[in-house]
Design a binder for this molecule. Structure first.
Ligand code: AMP
Length: 276
């Protein structure tokens, strides 16, 4: 497995493979890898000749009061997992490599970045779009793999690619869950035993909401009211049912809409979503 820390190294690696007509699959991550990340890697391995993974905790997508400095990191373990998965190359840039002195461009994709997560985390998706655009330009993949776990992010990246005519196929990958249903996330490591127990009520809530819809309740408020009794968290930032493509809020949901939730348990912010 090759390891690149700078842009020239990535370009050299990729250019040789492109000359050999190999297809490049790309999995951008912030590291502290779990089975969710590895399912993206597996998909890339099965669909592309070469798989590139990046590990970069992007400061631009964290707000001033968020967990950038304490975000979990374990590069040694990550590299071992990627090596075992037979990843071809890992890109692990420094912050200065991605944002050298004088860097000033921001990608803003418009209204989609201001709703749901964006309403609570101003600038978050600008940071995401800016780094992903840069990574796409560095790695030049044919396909890039994104998890449905971060559903709004997935839709925003798809829009970014469409709006800017980027010649990359975005491949969505279903959310990988723990046995009790909790969506895998690097941030789950913040939870102690008692909080971890409560965290699985997020998925229980989503299933209950789906059940309500399937049982004929067709009003968003009533669906949430029905399901909310199972939810044991400290703060609910939002629970919304939205159109799966436009993310427009639905008061009367229909099949294939998406229910999205963001909560806090003690100091840990968690998100999840499913198709209703
Ligand atoms: P992150 O390291 O949190 O930035 O995530 C990197 C990629 O992995 C993103 O496309 C995420 O949506 C995806 N991902 C994170 N958790 C999961 C999960 N539990 N299942 C599937 N994909 C995931």
């Amino acid at each position: 497995m090759d390891i690149c820390k700078d842009v020239e190294c990535v370009r050299a690696f990729v250019n040789i493979r492109k000359q050999q007509s190999k297809t490049i699959g790309f999995v951008p991550t912030m590291g502290y890898l779990h089975e969710g990340h590895m399912s993206l890697v597996k998909a890339s391995k099965s669909m592309c000749d070469i798989t590139v993974v990046s590990i970069f905790v992007n400061p631009k997508q964290f707000g001033p009061k968020e967990d950038y400095s304490k975000y979990p990191r374990n590069l040694e373990r990550d590299l071992k997992l990627l090596e075992e998965a037979k990843v071809d190359m890992v890109f692990i840039p420094d912050v200065d490599t991605i944002y050298p002195e004088g860097f000033s461009t921001t990608i803003n994709i418009g209204p989609l970045a201001n709703v749901l997560e964006g309403a609570f985390r101003p600038g978050h998706f600008d940071g995401v779009c800016t780094v992903v655009t840069k990574l796409f330009n560095i790695v030049k993949p044919n396909k890039a793999f994104f998890g449905e776990k971060d559903y709004q992010q997935l839709k925003i990246i798809q829009k970014l690619v469409k709006d800017l005519n980027l010649d990359i196929e975005i491949v969505p990958i279903p959310t990988k869950r723990e046995e009790d249903g909790l969506a895998m996330s690097s941030r789950n490591t913040y939870l102690n035993e008692e909080q971890r127990e409560r965290a699985n009520t997020i998925y229980k809530f989503l299933l209950k909401a789906k059940e309500a819809f399937e049982n004929g309740i067709k009003d968003t408020d009533k669906i949430i009211e029905y399901a909310k009794a199972v939810l044991d968290v400290d703060v609910v930032y939002y629970i919304k049912i939205v159109d799966k493509e436009t993310l427009e809020e639905k008061t009367a949901p229909s099949k294939y809409d998406r229910i999205l939730i963001a909560v806090k348990i003690e100091d840990t912010r968690l998100i999840d979503n499913i198709e209703i």
